[in-house]
Ligand binder design. Structure first.
Ligand code: 13P
Length: 264
């Protein structure tokens, strides 16, 4: 019997003040220690760059920097070092204890003009540095309404993932982010089936289950319905990860929804 890991990942974006971020990490860590989730449930928090060192210290102090509770970053540069003013390499992130990095978030695609090709370079650089990429894909509302979601997702998977990709994919429909709207269960199921069918072209094997997460207005209320989708392996949480109790509630809801199907 093999246990498929499940993920609850918090993306703090540019939203937590320094002292608040350290306290938040501490409160989440203590909540997890108080009621430890089963070992298949992996929690990751992704603070802004400036808080990585401090959050790492908190996790070390709480004895929690491990597979089941880890830290990630929100972006990286696609090279190990060089004259790139203002950029941060994946090696710099691993030196601070980051194990994951979010890449190709729609806010970076939109605000920084990141293309699939740039994201693929970042995936390559992160993987070479031993850091697990969490690659975000997702269609805009107009693309969905024009019936183009499938072709957008296909081109993002083909363009952003490396051949033989070994990381995490997060499906984040742009229209669901920060809107309070989540796709219906049926739509999410359809999209997940589609994404699972598209992935083998980049994974180069049918044998590996790359974790696929959902992100966009996730709260503990929708988590059971989201996690009941068999093809899904977790959630990427934005605003609800900025408050310890709401994030812990999501971890608990995801654990409860997964328990009956966790062994396969
Ligand atoms: P919200 O949960 O705030 O909608 O953000 C989702 C997201 O973008 C996570 O990466």
């Amino acid at each position: 019997m093999r246990t498929v890991p499940k993920f609850v990942i918090g993306n703090w974006k540019m939203q937590a003040r320094h002292s608040y971020g350290l306290q938040l990490a501490c409160d989440i860590a203590r909540g997890i220690k108080e009621v430890p989730p089963p070992s298949f449930m992996h929690t990751v928090i992704c603070p802004p760059f400036t808080q990585l060192a401090g959050v790492h210290d908190v996790l070390e102090k709480e004895g929690l920097n491990s597979d089941v509770f880890a830290m990630g970053a929100q972006d990286c540069y696609p090279a190990a070092s060089g004259p790139f003013t203002g950029d941060i390499s994946p090696q710099m992130l691993t030196a601070l204890g980051a194990r994951y990095v979010i890449l190709g978030h729609s806010e970076r695609r939109q605000n920084h003009g990141e293309t699939n090709a740039v994201i693929r370079q970042k995936v390559k650089a992160a993987t070479a540095a031993g850091i697990t990429p969490i690659v975000c894909i997702g269609e805009h509302l107009a693309e969905r309404n024009e019936g183009r979601a499938a072709s957008i997702l296909a081109s993002q998977i083909e363009g952003s993932l490396t051949r033989g990709f070994r990381g995490i994919v997060a499906y984040e429909p742009v229209w669901a982010i920060g809107s309070g709207i989540t796709p219906s269960h049926e739509e999410l199921q359809r999209k997940l089936t589609l994404i699972r069918s598209l992935l083998p072209m980049r994974l180069m094997t049918d044998d590996i289950r790359v974790p696929v997460l959902y992100g966009g207005s996730v709260t503990s209320v929708q988590t059971p319905s989201i996690m009941s989708i068999k093809e899904l392996d977790g959630v990427l949480v934005g605003s609800a990860s900025l408050e310890a109790q709401s994030f812990l509630d999501i971890i608990r809801a995801a654990t409860e929804a997964t328990l009956p199907q966790s062994s396969s």
